[in-house]
Design a protein around this ligand. Sequence first.
Ligand code: DLL
Length: 448
Amino acid sequence: MAVTTTANPATRSTQGAGAYLHGESETMPREQLVALQLARLRETLRNAYDNVPLHRARLEAAGIDPAAVASLDDVRHLPFTVKTDLRDQYPFGMLARPLGEISRVHASSGTTGKPTVVAYTPSDLSNWSDLVARSFAAAGARKGDVVHNAYGYGLFTGGLGAHYGAERLGCAVVPVSGGSTERQVQLIVDLKARVLCATPSYALAIAEVAGNMGVDLSKGPLQIGIFGAEPWSDAMRREIEARLGLKAMDIYGLSEIMGPGVACECEHRNGLHGWEDHFLFEVIDPDSGKPLPEGEAGELVITTLTKQALPMIRYRTRDITKLSTTRCDCGRTHVRILRVTGRNDDMLIIRGVNVYPSQVEAVLVGLPDVAPHYQLVVERQGSLDNVSIEAEAQAGVPESEYARIGKQIAHHIKSMIGISTAVSVKKPGEIPRSQGKAVRVRDLRPKG
Ligand code: DLL
């Protein structure tokens, strides 16, 4: 692949931070946005009903006539779609368009069984690029920026999704993907990347390798990080910002709905603007399935409004968050999705207390002598599950200190999260580093 390196700071756009790319859509009055959503919802239901047997059967069973949906409140009566539906319909059973109209396929690996396959028409790909470009602009990227894209290229939506979105914005993309981290450091410096795209855990790995190479990236060209694809805490955000000398912005998305760019932070960073002209967002109680009022935490449910190839009706993301439609100072009217703290599937129950790995991260990162790398280890002991924490000492800390550091971490975990758990402190480099999504939980329980 050719790498374009023509960007020059002197030719950069002079727009201020947080400038809108699609001003009219991004600041549309909410009543207008709701009317647009209703019209597009009807089209989506028609597409799903006419072209996807599973959706038609579910809508009929629920007694819903797509043409009769009169208001957005009716959404609560529509059936849910879940990840296993895609697996059961593997590979193309949920497509609303014939393969002759499909131009790209992505897939998520899935830990067990078949992957989840998703597909896009040319119009879907174009909307996706627009939304990633809009997200990047909200995060502070500009035409003319060099964008170092370290999201994985391939079946994962991160690499190509960010790539075409950055191109659409007018950036010069360095399509480096994950891995060969020393080379990444060199490229960031030599090509003067202003924007770094990566998972937050890989961004940290890049900073660490740079340090080992004697390169201080905090004094380098990077100004903006567009990080997502996994949960990360504010403590991690501060750590990454200090090490890389950039402003770290959160981007959210999932392959079943599109990929990166479903939602993104603006310069105010008080939630991620979910692009409501293309998606309908709800939060439900994960146990009862009932919609929750704005501001209450629950499972995010998303309905696509413009997707042709893979219309999704009330897709249960398993991600836990809250919504807010209060006005954002940036002027965008689109709903804010508060940072996703974790997935329902990643929640551990430690001695009766529900814990997400990101809560442990928030305690660990920033403690003196402790490096920002960790794993939670789940084991079966008799009939009970036991969870312990593996943390890592910072370089230069004598091993004789490890026991004291472990006790200190256990103390903080107890006082901040309320659980007593064993902590072992590892030597620098012993916790595996990620090149994509970090593995935060090592599950050693017997399978099956
Ligand atoms: O991770 C798409 C993506 C790529 C998003 C690059 C952002 C940047 P999947 O592999 O299908 O797609 O995984 C989707 O990752 O349901 C969340 O659990 C998690 N996730 C994604 N972004 C965030 C985020 C991509 N900003 C799953 N914060 C989602 C927390 C996130 N979790």
